[in-house]
Design a protein around this ligand. Structure first.
Ligand code: SAM
Length: 319
């Protein structure tokens, strides 16, 4: 029976139990389970067993999960929804079940929960409350695309989906353009051409790989320079799920430094000019740079006085 409401859940037996045989109470475990990103055969023996044995399956999309359970003839047991809009009450209920000794399997619509999918809030709440959390590793679109990209996989940055607002996207790309490691982006088919154009504009000509429909019938990986990939798909309708992998900068820094002290005056000036060119006021650009880098306020201001507001526009006209 599909359970959508939070009725009282007492777990007895099924391996979890409310006691450990010594009479003392034992809590359940939250299993963070990766599920297929397309091909339903990408299920490990362990995932199948955990889904069979869990007292509760908390799923982002119960219909998708029902399909997976049916494929492996797993009894539906207690399936509840846990998605982006599940509030604190749902988290509290799941933690209550864990405290009662229930084992809970957390699954998202596809791939790894918490990776651009629901999971983070529940996982951190369980950790903060001393509840047992473990992982059942498996499919993930970012890692799959990275290994197929042919780009260095020893050091990479997962950018996920960029913000929707044009100014924020460009600001993020400007920040990432300095990284020397490979970068991974998730993008929808409707916006992939736009993203490629933005990457080209802001990061310049780089190697990249567009990985589409991984593990599915129409799996495709297009490798080449960003501009060539863009030209190659310009006249066609791109469908399906997509990951874009982009080569790091040859003159870049490591991911996650955010260290403004390592930026040269020229780099700061160029980035400010780029932000202005992309539509920010100088004041907004300064605020944006301060939020992203640990740069001395006065130093940043002094440099900003050396770019004229028109400079960005002048550069745009010369592009
Ligand atoms: N949790 C998932 C994971 O571990 O990869 C990601 C979920 S996120 C909501 C969905 C995005 O992941 C898609 O828009 C696409 O960028 C990427 N994605 C998921 N499945 C994919 C596939 N089979 N091929 C290419 N990209 C995929």
């Amino acid at each position: 029976m599909l359970m959508e409401k939070d009725d009282k859940n007492k777990c007895s037996g099924s391996g979890s139990g409310a006691t450990d045989g010594t009479g003392s109470s034992r809590t359940g475990t939250l299993y963070v389970c990766s599920t297929p990103i397309g091909n339903l055969e990408d299920v490990s023996f362990r995932l199948k067993r955990i889904l069979e044995e869990a007292d509760i399956i908390a799923a982002e999309d119960t219909r998708t999960t029902l399909g997976l359970l049916a494929r492996y003839s797993i009894r539906k047991k207690k399936l509840i929804s846990y998605h982006d809009h599940s509030g604190k009450t749902r988290i509290q209920k799941i933690m209550e079940s864990l405290r009662e000794g229930c084992n809970v399997a957390l699954v998202s619509e596809s791939g790894t929960p918490s990776i651009q999918d629901p999971g983070y809030s529940l996982i951190t709440a369980c950790i903060e409350n001393g509840l047992s959390v473990t992982v059942v590793p498996g499919p993930n679109a970012a890692i799959s695309a990275l290994v197929l990209s042919g780009l260095p996989a020893d050091n990479f940055f997962f950018a996920g989906f960029l913000p929707r607002s044009a100014a924020k996207r460009k600001s993020k790309l400007a920040e990432l353009s300095r990284l020397s490691c490979t970068m991974i982006f998730y993008e929808s088919p409707n916006r992939i051409k736009k993203l490629l154009a933005e990457v080209l504009e802001i990061m310049g000509s780089r190697k990249a790989a567009l990985a589409r429909e991984l593990t599915k019938v129409f799996e495709e990986v297009i490798r080449g320079k960003v501009q060539d990939i863009l030209a190659g798909i310009n006249d066609r309708t791109v469908k399906g799920e997509i990951v874009l992998v982009v080569e790091g900068s040859s003159a870049g820094t490591d991911a996650g430094t955010g260290d403004g002290a390592s930026l040269t005056e020229k780099e700061i000036k160029e980035e400010l000019a780029l932000l202005v060119r992309n539509g920010m006021t100088k004041k907004e650009a300064l605020k944006d740079m301060r939020a992203r880098y640990d740069i001395d306020r006065q130093k940043l201001y002094n440099i900003s006085t050396k770019i004229r507001v028109k400079e960005g526009e002048k550069e745009r006209n010369n592009d």
